[in-house]
Design a protein around this ligand. Structure first.
Ligand code: DAH
Length: 357
């Protein structure tokens, strides 16, 4: 019995985990364990033998059970200690420095121009980026064989052979939103439509995705004079200068008649853009009086209504105002670039509070 006792006490002392300890418990005091079998032998003993062996066996069993329980508690403590050590965390350490995100220049400029045009009564209209070729071209008086369709390096959506759904494109300009807005609201109407547009083109000033803002105003008797005033007001507010001078250059767009490209007087002295002074002219947008066929396509009677439209590159005017040299960097998500050119997240551009500070 002493051998048995020593054997199990040694084994229990050497056990390394709870599973091995359980195996040991079964081997010693389980139903068919060595000590349990010994207890069964009691029945075959003489009463005298039994009186001597019984209490000793019971004491042995109690001792082994106690040793098992103590070891089990010890193992649990050790496991907890190990977790506490491994999962230790110094809550008194200073927190990670908080990096504040910045507003991307495209978002900033979109907010700025939205604020400026809202002040002149223009609402914001939206349209899909995957657009039917009818909205992107036909409704804007750009028929199927018109060179503009190829000039714009259009991305066409894939169609399987036999799929006869109308062709769709990634919109090449924001002008289709003119049609959608007129269809939805009729006339009179005053909207701008900022958003993403797509063309297969890539160099320092072209990326396959870029941003435009469309402007549209339709009423009974709007003229080029109203267009000019609106654009002057916009440029003054946007470039944050008191004086601007615009030059209208005759041009051609299928969706306007007459059409004009608009240049802004500026100087580039010392590589720095100054708006409103100097002898240079910088082209900033295309515009004109909305073509009667475009009004008709949108369900508006050209004998009753007329108005102007314009289209401008948001990325381009962002580059000009904030002196950003390369368009491609706009879309590379380089955090260093964003920290340098980004804007404080909580400063909403407003006309009264300042557009860009
Ligand atoms: N849609 C033209 C483009 O993407 C820009 C444009 C020119 C829009 C004249 C207009 C406009 O609304 O009247 O190049």
């Amino acid at each position: 019995m002493d051998d048995l006792r020593q054997k199990y006490l040694d084994l229990i002392a050497g056990v390394a985990d709870e599973a091995a300890l359980e195996d040991l418990r079964v081997a010693a005091v389980g139903k068919k364990g060595e000590i349990s079998l010994q207890m069964r032998e009691l029945g075959r003993m003489t009463p005298e033998e039994r009186q001597e062996a019984g209490p000793r066996l019971n004491a042995l069993k109690d001792e082994i059970n106690a040793a098992l329980a103590a070891k089990k508690a010890g193992l649990a403590d050790a496991a907890l200690d190990e977790r506490l050590r491994a999962e230790w965390l110094d809550v008194t350490l200073p927190a990670r420095t908080r990096r504040q995100g910045t507003i991307h220049p495209v978002s900033q400029v979109t907010e700025e121009l939205t604020a400026i045009f809202a002040d002149m009564g223009f609402a914001v209209a939206e349209g899909p980026q995957v657009e039917s070729d009818w909205f992107n071209f036909d409704a804007l008086n750009i028929p199927a064989e018109h060179p503009t369709r190829t000039e714009m390096d259009t991305f066409y959506m894939h169609r399987d052979a036999g799929d006869d759904r109308p062709p769709h494109v990634l919109r090449t300009h924001t002008s289709p939103v003119q049609i959608r807005a007129m269809q939805a609201n009729g006339a009179p109407i005053r909207v701008i439509a900022p958003g993403r547009v797509y063309r297969a083109d890539y160099d320092q000033t072209h990326t396959p995705m870029f941003h435009q803002v469309e402007g549209l105003a339709i009423d009974r008797d709007l003229s080029m004079a109203n267009l000019k005033w609106v654009l002057e007001e916009f440029c003054r507010a946007y470039f944050e200068v008191d004086h601007v001078e615009l030059r209208f250059r005759a041009s051609h767009f299928p969706f306007t008649e007459p059409s004009a490209e608009v240049d802004l007087r500026c100087s580039w002295e010392g590589g720095q853009l100054k708006v409103g002074e100097g002898d240079d002219w910088m082209e900033i947008l295309g515009s004109g009086m909305v073509h009667p066929k475009v009004l008709q396509a949108a369900g508006i009677d050209p004998d009753q209504w007329q108005g102007f439209a314009f289209g401008m590159g948001i990325d381009r005017i962002a580059m000009l105002k904030y002196g950003i040299p390369d368009l491609r960097a706009f879309f590379e998500s380089d955090l260093r670039w964003l920290r340098h050119y980004g804007f404080a997240a909580l400063d909403q551009p407003t006309l009264h509070g300042g557009l860009s500070r």
